[in-house]
Structure formats: structure tokens, C-alpha cells
Design a protein around this ligand. Structure first.
Ligand code: NAG
Ligand code: NAG
Length: 381
């Protein structure tokens, strides 16, 4: 193998390892704070991120073609690896490190680090394959210097192409996340949580307390046992009816409560995220607001699951407890983004700006007060 190629392969692999270490959560935690003070320098972190991931993708295309085609040209492969080592990889890693939690939210920061680390891992795999190919060709030449260089086998070519494809995918994901930006990322998460809440509410809607009664156990026990159980049931049918009516009522008031909670998600997506652009990043406390928003909207799906569990157990006080938590989270989320982004932190004495969402939020709070009356009664007993 040419000396240069040997050196650049070793350097690239060492650099990749070092960069992956630099992007690990423990490594970035301590440096994040210092960097966050340097706001202007970071303004174009996402631009650099998408440009450098696109550049890596282009280099990877070249590298994989050079690796699978004969003759294997050491100088060309060295050139591509050198470009990666000298500029493409350092830019990518620098960009990732500029996406600080303070300026882009903790969740977005972690997402970017994870995606870039994945990209580096996939690229490492490709470089190792290239190294393997180089070593194999070297050995063949040593064994028989006069023999013409052989083509790689189909499976060797496929392996290299597959590895390159995986780096491309990783690069595309980085580019996409960088292009959509932090608000796009938050919006995607909020939509995921909205779907989880909807699934949980659908499940409650489908639940029939009567059917649930002993049916589950009857099914488990099979025919004979089930008949006996039915006979036993007949004795306290009246008690069952009463219980069923109470459970139906529980179910109804729970759903009445959860309906406005569900509406919070699309209302915030449409009015506060979809057309927000970079406003949250430039407005005072915008990032802190996004953090609060995510924290609250993320915790609601789990709590709705708890409510469902409590309903099935017939534990009304437990259900009320979680509904109150849901109300608190949903209210905080709505409150956080009630002022339009551009009016946030408006001068003292100024009346806060109004828009469709601020009006909507007032109605929403009234509705929540109304639907939570029965819950309040329950949770105070
Ligand atoms: C790799 O890049 C670094 C700078 O990023 C440079 O110092 C080093 O000499 C390069 N290595 C090779 C083999 O080109
Ligand atoms: C209802 O749930 C609570 C936990 O929130 C638990 O402490 C209590 O024992 C449960 N009650 C019944 C009747 O299972």
C-alpha cells in the first residue's frame, strides 16, 4: 500500500474515533455553557451543518466508486480521505458542537449530536471497508506482481455500496433536521405526542366497562368455568348494573375532559409552530419557552395512559389525580405560548399583543374549568 494511503487511512480512523468522543453527551455537557455566550458566532450553525453533511455525502460517493472499481487508485482514494480529514469532518463536528442546548433546546442539541455521531459511525464502517479492499489488493500484488488486478467480487462491491448508502442516509437525515431547524423539530415531536394522546383517548373510547367485566377472565378460563362464573354473576347482577352505570359515567366525564386537552396540540402546531420561522430563536426567552412547551406536551401521553389504567381498575381517585396533572401540563403549555412570538417580552406597560391563539386560549381555559368541575369534586374526596 502506498505510504500516503496507509497514513491517511490510519489518521482518518483515529480522527473519527476522536470526533465521536467529542460528540458524546458527557463530553459536550461541560463545554456547552461556555459556547452559549457566543451567540452570533453560532447563528449559522445549522447552515454549516447542512453544508458539511452534503459535502460528506459527495465525498462518500466518490470514495465508494473509487473503492469498488478497478484499478484501485491509491492517490485518488488518498485525495478523498484527505479532503474529509482536512475540512469536511472538522466542519461537520464543529457545526454539531455549535448547536448548543442554550440556543437550540436540549432535545434538539441531543438529536443533532446523535445524528452526527451516527453519521461518523457509518462513515467509519465505510473507511474500514476501503482499508480492507486496499489491503487485499496489496496482498494480491505481493503474491503475484505480474498478475493483472482483479475486479472485486459482486458481494464485496455490494458491501461497499451498502456501507456508502448508509452514510448517505445518515447525511440526508442530518441535512433534513438542519434545514427544518429547531422549530421544525419541535413541531415533529409535538405531532408525535399528539398522535400518542389520540391513540390513548381512542382506546378509552373503545372501552366498554360492561364487556370488560368478567369477559377477560371468562375467555381465559374457557367454556365450563365461564358457565359457572356466569351463574355466580347472576346473583349480583343488580350491583353490577350500578357499577357499570358509574363506570360509564366516569368514562364519559374523562372523555369530556380529554377532548379540549387533545385540541391543544393542533392549535399550538398551527398557530405557534407552523409559521413561526426563526421567531422563537430571536425572541426573548424563546428557547426557554420551547423547552417548557416540550416538557409539558411530552408528559401528557403517559398520564393519559395512567388515566386509562385507573379507569379499567375502577379507581376513580387515581384517575382524578392524573387528570389534574394533565390539566396542569396542558395549561402550562398553552400559557407558555399564549403571547405571539414577536410580542414576547414586550415593553413594560404595553398591552400584550393579541391574535387568534390568544383569543382561543381564553376560551380554552374556560372550557377546562368547566370540564374539570367533576374531577375537582372527585379529587377532593
Ligand atoms: C488531517 O487533518 C489535520 C487537520 O485537521 C492535519 O493536521 C493532519 O495533518 C491531516 N492528516 C493528514 C494525513 O492529512
Ligand atoms: C387507587 O390508586 C391509588 C394510587 O393512586 C392507590 O393508592 C389506591 O390504593 C387505589 N385504590 C384502589 C381501591 O385500588
Amino acid at each position: 500500500m502506498s505510504k500516503q494511503l496507509t497514513i491517511i487511512l490510519a489518521t482518518s480512523l483515529a480522527l473519527l474515533e476522536q470526533f465521536q468522543g467529542a460528540l458524546s453527551p458527557s463530553a459536550t455537557a461541560s463545554t456547552a455553557e461556555d459556547r452559549s455566550k457566543n451567540a452570533n458566532a453560532n447563528a449559522n450553525a445549522l447552515g454549516l451543518l447542512s453544508a458539511s453533511s452534503a459535502a460528506l455525502k459527495a465525498q462518500v460517493t466518490k470514495l465508494s466508486l473509487l473503492a469498488i472499481n478497478s484499478p484501485f487508485t491509491h492517490s485518488a482514494v488518498t485525495g478523498v480521505l484527505r479532503a474529509c480529514n482536512d475540512s469536511v469532518l472538522p466542519s461537520l463536528v464543529t457545526a454539531a458542537l455549535l448547536v448548543t442546548p442554550a440556543e437550540y433546546t436540549k432535545a434538539f442539541h441531543s438529536e443533532v449530536l446523535l445524528l452526527v455521531r451516527t453519521t461518523l459511525t457509518e462513515f467509519t464502517t465505510l473507511v474500514q471497508q476501503v482499508k480492507g479492499i486496499a489491503e487485499k489488493k496489496d496482498q494480491a500484488k505481493k503474491d503475484d506482481p505480474k498478475k493483472k488486478e482483479e475486479e472485486l467480487s459482486k458481494s464485496e462491491k455490494e458491501a461497499a455500496t451498502l456501507a456508502a448508502g448508509r452514510v448517505w442516509d445518515a447525511c440526508d437525515t442530518v441535512t433534513e433536521v438542519a434545514t427544518k431547524g429547531v422549530v421544525g423539530f419541535v413541531m415533529r415531536r409535538v405531532e408525535e405526542w399528539r398522535d400518542l394522546v389520540k391513540d390513548a383517548v381512542d382506546e378509552i373510547e373503545d372501552w366498554d366497562p360492561e364487556e370488560d367485566d368478567d369477559g377477560f377472565f371468562d375467555d381465559l378460563m374457557g367454556g365450563d368455568k365461564a358457565d359457572e362464573a356466569d351463574e355466580a354473576d347472576d346473583d349480583d347482577e343488580e350491583g353490577d348494573d350500578e357499577e357499570n352505570a358509574a363506570l360509564q359515567e366516569e368514562k364519559k366525564s374523562t372523555l369530556r375532559f380529554l377532548k379540549p386537552v387533545m385540541q391543544v396540540y393542533p392549535a399550538i402546531v398551527t398557530n405557534r409552530l407552523k409559521k413561526a420561522g426563526d421567531a422563537p430563536l430571536s425572541s426573548t426567552g424563546g428557547i426557554a419557552k420551547l423547552e417548557t412547551l416540550m416538557l409539558n406536551l411530552q408528559s401528557i401521553p403517559e398520564q393519559v395512559d395512567e388515566v386509562a389504567g385507573a379507569l379499567y381498575e375502577g379507581n376513580a381517585s387515581k384517575s382524578a389525580k392524573y387528570l389534574k396533572k394533565i390539566q396542569k401540563c396542558a395549561s402550562q403549555a398553552v400559557e407558555t405560548v399564549t403571547p405571539p412570538w414577536d410580542s414576547a417580552g414586550g415593553a413594560e406597560g404595553e398591552t400584550p399583543a393579541e391574535d387568534k391563539f390568544t383569543v382561543w386560549s381564553r376560551t380554552w381555559f374556560k372550557v377546562m374549568d368547566e370540564v374539570s368541575k367533576s374531577i375537582d369534586a372527585e379529587s377532593s374526596t
